[in-house]
Design a protein around this ligand. Sequence first.
Ligand SMILES: Nc1ncnc2c1ncn2[C@@H]1O[C@H](COP(=O)(O)OP(=O)(O)OP(=O)(O)O)[C@@H](O)[C@H]1O
Ligand SMILES: [Mg+2]
Length: 207
Amino acid sequence: MIKASNISHFYGKEQVLFDLDINIKKGEFVFLSGESGSGKSTLLSILSTLLKPSNGDLRINGKNIKELKSLDSFRQDNIGFVFQFHYLINYLNVYENIELAAKKDKKKNIQALLKELRIEDLSSRYPNEISGGQRQRVALARALINEPSIIFADEPTGSLDSVNTKLVYEILAQSVKKGCTLIIASHDMQVQNYATQTLQMLDGKLQ
Ligand SMILES: Nc1ncnc2c1ncn2[C@@H]1O[C@H](COP(=O)(O)OP(=O)(O)OP(=O)(O)O)[C@@H](O)[C@H]1O
Ligand SMILES: [Mg+2]
């Protein structure tokens, strides 16, 4: 499903990822662990096709990323993201933020998804009118709306209380049960309770 070979990355002259080989099968709940600065977000950006690695090859669902004609449509069809810093659009309300990402036939599911995430009453509010934890759940809804085959989540529970943290893990685990593959970077060791595979990073290398 995801096969990365010899991935290295430099920011300028600084090398932050060193020759990584990664193999992730369909339906895995992958916990990407490691201390701050070890390269988790960089690796997630590369695996999710947002960042081009300095070296190495990436295949997703059997396709070599370098050979794709349109990365945009590949992402829309295959990938959902939840970022460490959620990028909601401030001049769109909650509903519209999700609607913008949703494929035509998925728009009808928005309200039900908001309900699942317990933010159904916030549809017409703007991102600056809701809490950080609520914003994070809107970002999660946006990642899930197209039922992607792969979800990348970077610290998705960073600003959530324990009840909502658990809710997010359970919703992600439910997506995995339905056949989705999840890669989640986090400092929260609770993720281990849900994970089927753990990748431990240290200074840009996998342990
Ligand atoms: N855009 C950038 N330009 C230059 N250096 C960067 C950039 N982004 C990250 N880095 C550096 O790359 C290294 C890995 O950063 P990365 O964000 O991948 O770590 P991380 O494991 O996600 O950390 P955290 O747990 O704090 O989110 C760090 O040394 C960081 O300072
Ligand atoms: Mg990070």
